[in-house]
Design a protein around this ligand. Structure first.
Ligand code: CDT
Length: 349
C-alpha cells in the first residue's frame, strides 16, 4: 500500500494542479480551455454599479461597465454579471404618460450601438457576460430582460422578468413610485437554463429572487449557477420603518435559502447608491451551494467582487438532501401551480 505522500505525488503527476490564468478567463490547465478542465471552476465577477442618473447617457454607462470588465479580466474572471436595467437609471420610479418618453428607456436591439463595445471587449478578453436592460420587441412589447453572453460574444440566453413588483397607476399613498407593472409585461419565457461556460446556468431578475418557485423551477433543470441583477430601494415606499438593514436582511435571506434549497451558486448584483435622490441598497453577493455567502460588496459604488465558483460543489447537495428525484412529493404540491392567492380553511362554526 503506497503512503499517502507517494499517492498524492502520483495523483499530481496524472492530474496537474489547476491554476488561475494570468489573464482572460478563469482556470486553465496548460492552455486547455476551462470547459475541459478537470474541476469545473468558474471565476465569476459580480460587477456592482453605483447610481445612474436620469441625465447619464448609455455611452457613459457602458464606459463604466468596460472599466469593471477590464478589472475582471485582470483578476482572471470568466464571467461578469451586471445589475438589472444596467444601462439606465431605474426609470420605473418615474410616472410617465407619454409613450415616446417611456420608449426612450428601452432598447430595440441587442447588441445596440451603445453596448457593442462591451460585447467586443468581453469577447477579446474571453469573458462571458450577463446584464439587464429594458427590451422593446419588434412588435412593440416591453419586457424587463437580461441576457447571457458566452465567452465568444454570442448571446446564448435571454430571460424576461416574471415577477413584476409595484403598480400600474400613480399611487399618491407611496413615498415614491414603483411602476414596473405599468411599463413591462410579465416575462413569457419561464425560467430556462442553458449549458454554457462549462456548466448549467440560469437567470432571474430582482424581485424574482424573493420567490422560491424561481429557484426551484431552475433547480429542477439542474441549475448550477444563477445570475441576477437588482434595483432595490433602501426604504419600503409603503412602510418607512422598513429601512436598509431590514431590506438587506430579506435580500440575503432569499438568496441564501434559494441557493441552499437547490444546491446552486447564486450571484446577485446591485445597482446601488442614490439615483437622483432615490437610495438603493448595495449588498451584492456570491452565495455558495450550501447557502453561505462567499463574497460581498463593501461600497455603494462601482465595485467588482470575485469568487471561484466550483460548479462540482453543487453535486453533493443535489445527490443527498436535495435529491429531488428521490425526495420530492409532488402529489402534495398541486396548489403551487393551481392557485395564486391564499384560500384559507373555512371559519370554525
Ligand atoms: N426592481 C425590483 O424588482 N425591485 C423590487 C422592489 C420591490 S418594492 C415594490 C425588489 O424586490 O427588490
Amino acid at each position: 500500500m503506497p503512503s499517502p505522500v507517494v499517492l498524492a505525488a502520483a495523483i499530481e503527476i496524472v492530474m496537474p494542479v489547476l491554476r488561475p490564468a494570468d489573464r482572460s478567463g478563469g482556470w486553465r490547465r496548460d492552455g486547455v480551455p476551462q470547459e475541459d478542465a478537470l474541476t469545473r471552476m468558474l471565476r465569476v465577477g459580480a460587477a456592482q454599479m453605483g447610481p445612474i442618473h436620469k441625465a447619464d447617457s448609455r455611452q457613459a454607462v457602458v464606459g463604466r461597465m468596460l472599466g469593471l470588465l477590464d478589472r475582471a479580466s485582470e483578476r482572471g474572471c470568466s464571467l461578469v454579471v451586471y445589475p438589472e436595467l444596467a444601462l439606465t437609471t431605474f426609470f420605473p420610479r418615474w410616472y410617465m404618460t407619454d409613450q415616446a418618453e417611456v420608449d426612450s428607456w428601452f432598447e430595440d436591439e441587442m447588441p445596440s450601438a451603445a453596448t457593442r463595445p462591451l460585447f467586443e471587449r468581453a469577447a477579446r478578453h474571453r469573458i462571458g457576460l450577463s446584464f439587464g436592460y429594458a427590451e422593446r420587441t419588434p412588435e412593440g412589447r416591453h419586457f424587463n430582460t437580461s441576457i447571457l453572453v458566452d465567452r465568444h460574444g454570442a448571446i446564448v440566453g435571454k430571460y424576461r422578468k416574471v415577477h413584476l413588483p409595484g403598480h400600474a397607476e400613480f399611487d399618491p399613498q407611496r413615498r415614491f413610485q414603483h411602476l414596473e407593472k405599468r411599463y413591462f409585461e410579465p416575462g413569457d419565457f419561464g425560467f430556462p437554463v442553458w449549458r454554457t461556460m462549462g456548466g448549467i446556468l440560469g437567470m432571474c431578475i430582482c424581485n424574482d429572487r424573493r420567490w422560491p418557485e424561481t429557484y426551484r423551477v431552475m433547480g429542477l433543470q439542474g441549475v448550477e449557477l444563477i445570475v441576477l441583477g437588482y434595483n432595490t430601494p433602501s426604504v419600503n415606499s409603503q412602510r418607512s420603518a422598513e429601512g436598509p438593514e431590514q431590506r438587506l436582511f430579506h435580500h440575503r435571506l432569499s438568496l441564501q435559502a434559494g441557493a441552499y434549497q437547490n444546491s446552486t451558486w447564486v450571484v446577485a448584483v446591485a445597482k446601488a447608491g442614490v439615483e437622483d435622490g432615490h437610495p438603493l441598497i448595495a449588498g451584492s453577493v456570491i452565495v455558495g451551494p450550501d447557502g453561505a455567502i462567499v463574497a460581498e460588496s463593501a461600497t455603494e459604488g462601482d465595485e467588482l467582487i470575485v469568487a471561484d465558483c466550483n460548479l462540482d460543489a453543487t453535486v453533493f447537495g443535489k445527490q443527498t438532501i436535495f435529491d429531488f428525484g428521490r425526495h420530492r412529493r409532488i402529489e402534495h404540491y398541486g396548489r403551487i401551480t393551481s392557485q395564486t392567492g391564499i384560500i384559507p380553511p373555512p371559519e370554525a362554526r
